[in-house]
Design a protein around this ligand. Structure first.
Ligand SMILES: C[S@@+](CC[C@H](N)C(=O)[O-])C[C@H]1O[C@@H](n2cnc3c(N)ncnc32)[C@H](O)[C@@H]1O
Length: 257
């Protein structure tokens, strides 16, 4: 169901970034409609939330957001952004990683856990997912965004970076080479297994984006009509099981057992 909140559509972005942001809003919005256990605001934790692009928007919707991130620069930007948006009191930043979660929520279990573009950077994804699950109440939602190996291979091949495509395909961690900033890209079945092992049941898997990264930017820049068509194509392709393998990222909605 599309989330039409103006807060989730606030910033001006490139077409690809806009499509990605819209897709994430559509996917995360419904998870937040269930209030916290006392009927009040949900407790949302954003692991690796960075400078808070999403967290501040969620706080604007009335939720309490805790961002846990090892980067002091990102947390400083988060605090500034939250203050400027008038939600400084609803957004809390903590410098650390998932190991810090037990001591951070004041005995309150997490209602919605976000972990976007972070499993690619942690030492051990299985441990991180177990730590996230342990902080969530039973029935709580996890919104997980992961870089997908097959999508990276397709994209590198499409732009002629064939050696990198080959490396990503053959490397056990899906890396494109020694300079790859990511420690890994996950295959879909490996992610599903990791989630299951952590006690998280998968509800839905969606490509974010599926095809947009494969469309030349020049085409999008030259024509508003092409942008609109791509938006419709992305919507149609997001859940398509055969096309999902092309997606640069997968969004996983999983629920704590
Ligand atoms: C690619 S950014 C994603 C930011 C944000 N989640 C988003 O989707 O826009 C990755 C973030 O993960 C953080 N990070 C790196 N290692 C981490 C770890 N071990 N635990 C938690 N966060 C980590 C980085 O500081 C950075 O803010």
């Amino acid at each position: 169901m599309p989330d039409t909140s103006p807060a989730l559509r606030r910033e001006r972005r490139s077409t690809r970034a806009e499509l990605r942001h819209e897709a994430i809003g559509r996917l995360v919005g419904p998870l937040l409609r269930a209030p916290g256990p006392d009927g009040g605001a949900a407790l949302v934790v954003d692991l690796g939330g960075g400078a808070g692009t999403l967290s501040v928007e969620l706080a604007l919707l009335g939720h309490d957001v805790l961002v846990v991130d090892p980067s002091p620069d990102a947390l400083a930007a988060l605090a500034r952004r939250a203050r400027e948006a008038g939600v400084g009191e609803r957004v809390r930043g903590h410098q650390g990683d998932a190991r810090a979660l037990p001591g951070l929520c004041g005995g309150r279990a997490v209602d919605v856990m976000l972990c976007h573009d972070v499993l690619e950077l942690v030492d051990d994804p299985a441990t991180t997912l177990a730590e996230l699950a342990a902080a969530m109440r039973p029935g709580a939602s996890l919104s997980l965004l992961t870089a997908q190996r097959s999508g990276a291979v397709a994209l590198r091949a499409a732009v002629g970076r064939v050696e990198e495509a080959l490396a990503a395909l053959s490397d056990p961690d899906g890396r494109t080479g020694p300079d790859d900033p990511l420690l890994r890209r996950l295959d879909a079945d490996a992610t599903a297994a990791l989630l299951g092992d952590a006690g998280l049941d998968v509800v839905e898997v969606t490509g974010v984006p599926v095809l947009a990264d494969l469309v030349p930017e020049a085409v999008l820049d030259s024509s508003p009509r092409a942008r609109e068509s791509l938006r419709r194509l992305e919507l149609a392709a997001a859940d398509h099981p055969d096309l999902r393998g092309l997606a640069s990222h997968l969004h996983w909605h999983a629920v704590r057992r």
